[in-house]
Design a protein around this ligand. Structure first.
Ligand code: URA
Ligand code: SF4
Length: 194
């Protein structure tokens, strides 16, 4: 299944289309399980992701796994995970516009080949790539948007934002994330029952 995705990955692993290829250790193409139901798009590989060649393996990734686990989703069995760019920006700075546009073909192919019904847009940088005309993440998180190939896209907070905001009180970022992930699970279960 999804053999075409393997070809895109092969090409991406040796990509030199932007200057990030000079400083990367590994290209981070994707993680989780290729499927046509749910994809999460994060920002960019960080230190640990660059070392390992896998997305979301640092602290933020561990929190992401916990959040999925709360609603019985996991990257081992349900979720495909990727980022807006596939190589780590030095010092984890925001990806530059020319890096994002150079790398966009890979993200577009991932979406085109998998055609996920649900796309989670994780954090400010991914929001800017996928819904550039929308306002800040705080305003749009938890809302459904029409996405490519008849998908539904929902912006959610980035787990590293949650790591900086520890409160679990009603209305806090963690509480909002809990509402959002429950809503995502509901949509996912509806898909499975179709
Ligand atoms: N943050 C991201 O947005 N993506 C990763 O892969 C790791 C941390
Ligand atoms: Fe290629 Fe993307 Fe890496 Fe730039 S970030 S070298 S475009 S894979």
């Amino acid at each position: 299944m999804f053999e075409e995705l393997e070809q895109v990955k092969e090409k991406c692993l040796t990509c030199k289309k932007c200057s990030l290829h000079k400083t990367r250790t590994n290209v981070v193409f994707s993680g989780g399980i290729p499927n046509n139901k749910i994809m999460l798009i994060g920002e960019a590989p960080g230190y640990y992701e660059d070392k390992k060649g896998e997305p979301f393996v640092g602290k933020a990734g561990q929190l992401l796994d916990k959040i999925f686990d709360c609603v019985n989703l996991s990257r081992q069995k349900d979720v495909y995970i990727c980022n807006t760019i596939k190589c780590r920006p030095p010092e984890n700075r925001d990806p530059l516009p020319d890096e994002k546009s150079a790398c966009r073909e890979y993200l577009d192919k991932q979406i085109e080949i998998l055609k996920p019904k649900i796309i989670l847009i994780c954090g400010r940088v991914a929001l800017n790539s996928m819904l550039p005309e929308e306002g800040g993440i705080t305003k749009v998180r938890g809302k459904w948007f029409d996405g490519p190939y008849e998908s539904k896209m929902m912006p959610i907070f980035h787990p590293s934002y949650l790591l900086r905001n520890d409160s679990r009180e009603k209305g806090s970022p963690k509480w909002l994330m809990w509402q959002d992930i429950k809503e995502v699970k509901k949509a996912y279960d509806t898909l499975l029952n179709k």
